[in-house]
Design a protein. Structure first.
Length: 754
């Protein structure tokens, strides 16, 4: 498909040009430079023409205006007519109105649709209704692009079969004015010595400007010359003005309205405050960091992917004016800290959030969806994409040396298949090694590995006397030669021959510290029980919604906690080794430390590795017990990671046990117990019926047994670990987790044998 034949329409309903509109315009201009023809489309919802259309035409971009009324369904037919006449091949929609109209229009024309999801504001009742409708419709798009992992996770079941990608917003300009900050302040009407704290964005409830106004009361006592600027316009103006008057801050808090010269304001600010209660990837933060202005922001949505707390900015809890004020005072009172945060932030976003990186990711998605729409086979599409991105491929001399670490114990039945899959990879044999770390196996695992070692010197066999997987992983790290380490289990299936090549390519292309991989449970060759386990474990009732381990359609930067599997070796120098007191969740615990340190992680479907579901109910029960124990140890070590969904299995199991005993004496408790069991049973039956309807009726009989096994296995495991820890504390024994912390956090050191 030649470049000049690709014709794309980006459609958005908007009345002004803010962050999302700037991203669209810049991206469309980029595509034009590549020979693509890109239209910018909008709706005539008000008397005046949408500003984005004028801006597009000023850039020389063609436009499309849908002239039907605000609630006129005929706009879908008008859009379809334009798509036909202009021979548009791909429709990209932004926001609830564009996505809803576009969903119908693309079906009328028969072209693919990509829905861009930048977050839901729930600003008013009407907006909440529209956004609820969008969530029901967006899954019918061919692809969904989110600006943050948090936004992608929030889609949940609404994504349906659409493949979800995560593509961050880009820094559009990093030019710094020659004028110094004091001069810019005077140009904007402030004293040169004033300390300016700015918040940039629509004046709306979810943007949280009220928290900054409340924080200003104590902030003014710590920094007497501080001035607060709320840049933007919106329905919250009157409320913010009233709040300003209420606290007597009229001369200190300023609301200058919508401003065109945002870059000038950004450089005049001493610090940018992003105080939102919900966010995607805020353009205001990107723009501030790009010009070297330090940022204090609430840790919501995709913001933690932008800011490494204490390094490239400061993070505070949402809806917490006191913490926000303290963080702002800290930056304003410490010029050296402000300078360091500004410089680090500028370097970080210009390197990691470049427009070229965004363009490359989006073009890959466009190509993929167009190839599928035109019937191009997967193999041809992959070959075409490889040719198009040939300049991104690494020559053999620049390929990283990869160490594949496989901790095993009693894997006689599976290890040969895993090793054979690695030995047939499309990757130079002299650029990788395989370290099998055996945990004192009592079957023929060592003999099987030994026989393959004689055929392939790339394989090495190491000892793990501690037996635990966590200890085995550490043995592999200490003895490996690679600059990249890939962890594989001895009981998985590697579906293709490009795993190592894709790993090297993605590390180079994304500059990530960690690569995450989907790890779906194997479905090929499963018996009926295993297939039911696969379906139950991947459902909303059988697995956490914030986990990405089964997300075979997700691509982009993510929180690695549930799915990180490949790492640059330098990561272990920064975050430490695996915690050897954990015999489950040891990878989750390490990945959580990576996330907290701000290291970047990327997930891609091309890294997918399949795992085997348990074949029997007792096997599943033992697995869940072990996971429950590991989850408790993880939360005990990291209390800030505790969440209600994680505690629910153990809380429910404890409630049933205590309520059952107490119900013999209390009729009220007996009634509540029966009602809670009925509610739980209803949820199980409803989910089982849904699986039966879509996947086969045998699931209606198997799932009601599997779901409680998962839930109560996790719950009982957590409670058992809690009781064990309690016994040790009663005996005044020191917690093993406390003893191990120094080991888990210790950096990797060079092996003396090297």
């Amino acid at each position: 498909m030649p470049n000049d034949s690709i014709r794309v329409l980006h459609l958005i309903a908007t009345n002004f040009v803010g962050g999302p509109e700037k991203q669209i315009l810049h991206h469309a201009s980029d595509l034009r430079e590549l020979g693509w023809k890109t239209w910018i489309g909008s709706f005539r919802d008000q008397a005046q023409r949408a500003e984005i259309l004028d801006r597009a035409e000023a850039r020389g971009l063609p436009t499309c205006e849908i002239t039907r009324g605000r609630f006129d369904i005929r706009s879908a037919w008008e859009l379809a007519d334009f798509l036909k006449k202009s021979e548009v091949q791909l429709l990209c929609t932004h926001g609830y109105k564009a996505s809803m109209v576009g969903c119908l229009a693309k079906r009328l024309v028969g072209i693919p649709q990509i829905a861009f999801c930048r977050g839901w504001t729930a600003e008013t009742l009407r907006v909440r209704l529209y956004e609820a409708l969008e969530r029901q419709i967006i899954g019918y798009a061919d692809r969904i692009v989110c600006v943050s992992q948090a936004q992608a996770a929030s889609l949940g079941k609404h994504a349906r079969r659409a493949r979800v990608h995560v593509v961050h917003n880009a820094v559009l300009s990093a030019e710094i004015s020659a004028a110094n900050r004091s001069l810019l302040k005077q140009q904007l009407g402030f004293p040169a010595t004033a300390r300016l704290v700015g918040a940039v964005g629509r004046l709306s409830v979810e943007k949280g400007q009220r928290h900054l106004v409340k924080a200003a009361v104590e902030l003014s006592q710590k920094v007497p010359d501080v001035q607060i600027v709320l840049l933007g316009e919106g329905r919250e103006r009157k409320s913010l003005e009233a709040l300003t008057d209420r606290f007597g801050l009229r001369g200190m808090v300023h609301l200058p309205g919508f401003q065109q010269n945002v870059s000038t304001w950004m450089q005049a600010f001493d610090v940018l405050a992003n105080c939102s209660d919900t966010e995607g990837i805020p353009n205001a933060i990107l723009e501030a960091m790009a010009v070297g202005t330090p940022v204090v922001a609430t840790a919501v949505g995709g913001v933690p992917a932008l800011i490494r707390d204490g390094e490239t900015g400061l993070l505070t809890p949402p809806s917490d004016p006191r913490s926000l004020g303290d963080a702002l005072a800290k930056v304003l009172q410490d010029p050296q800290l402000a300078e360091r945060l500004g410089q680090n932030g500028r370097g970080w976003v210009t390197e990691q959030f470049s427009a070229s990186q965004q363009r490359g990711q989006l073009i890959t998605i466009y190509r993929d969806v167009l190839n599928h729409a035109t019937g191009v086979s997967h193999a041809k599409a992959k070959a075409s994409l490889a040719v198009e991105q040939k300049h991104q491929a690494l020559p053999d001399s620049q390929l990283p040396f990869i160490s594949v670490v496989i901790p095993v114990r009693n894997e006689e039945a599976n290890i040969a298949g895993v090793l054979n899959a690695l030995m047939t990879q499309n990757f130079p044999r002299d650029r990788f090694e395989v370290l099998v770390v055996d945990g004192d196996s009592t079957d023929r695992t060592r003999q099987v590995v030994g026989s393959l070692m004689s055929e392939c010197p790339t394989i090495r066999l190491l000892e793990n006397p501690a037996r635990l997987s966590s200890a085995g992983r550490n043995v592999g790290i200490r003895n490996c030669r690679g600059e990249v380490i890939v962890f594989i289990d001895g009981h998985c299936r590697i579906p293709g021959a490009d795993l190592l090549a894709d790993t090297a390519r993605l590390f180079h292309a994304t500059a990530a510290d960690c690569l995450c991989r989907p790890q779906p449970l194997e479905s090929v060759g499963n018996n009926a029980f295993q297939e039911a386990v696969v379906l139950a474990r991947s459902s909303a009732l059988g697995h956490g919604r914030d986990s990405t381990i089964y997300s075979t359609g997700l691509e982009g930067f993510v929180n690695p906690t549930s799915s990180g599997a490949s790492y640059r070796k330098a990561v272990f120098e920064q975050a430490g080794m695996y915690d050897e007191e954990l015999d489950a969740c040891e990878d989750v615990e390490l990945n959580y430390r990576l996330w907290r340190k701000g290291l970047r992680s990327y997930i891609s479907p091309c890294l997918t590795v399949h795992y085997h579901a348990r074949k029997t109910l007792p096997g599943l029960w033992k697995q869940m017990i072990r996971y429950g124990r590991g989850r408790y140890r993880f939360m005990r070590k990291h209390p800030d990671a505790i969440s209600i969904p994680q505690l629910l299995p153990s809380a429910f199991a404890l409630w049933l046990a205590l309520a059952t005993v107490a119900s013999f004496w209390s009729p009220m408790l007996r009634t509540i117990l029966v009602l809670s069991l009925a509610l739980y049973g209803g949820m199980i039956l409803a989910s089982s019926a849904a699986l039966a309807f879509s996947q086969g009726w045998c699931n209606f009989f198997l799932a009601p047994v599997i779901y409680p096994t998962i839930h109560f296995g996790l719950g009982v495991g957590m409670l058992a670990e809690w009781l064990d820890v309690g016994k040790k504390l009663l005996r005044f024994e020191r917690s093993p987790l406390v003893q191990q912390d120094s080991v888990a956090e210790a950096p990797v050191t060079q092996n003396s044998s090297k």
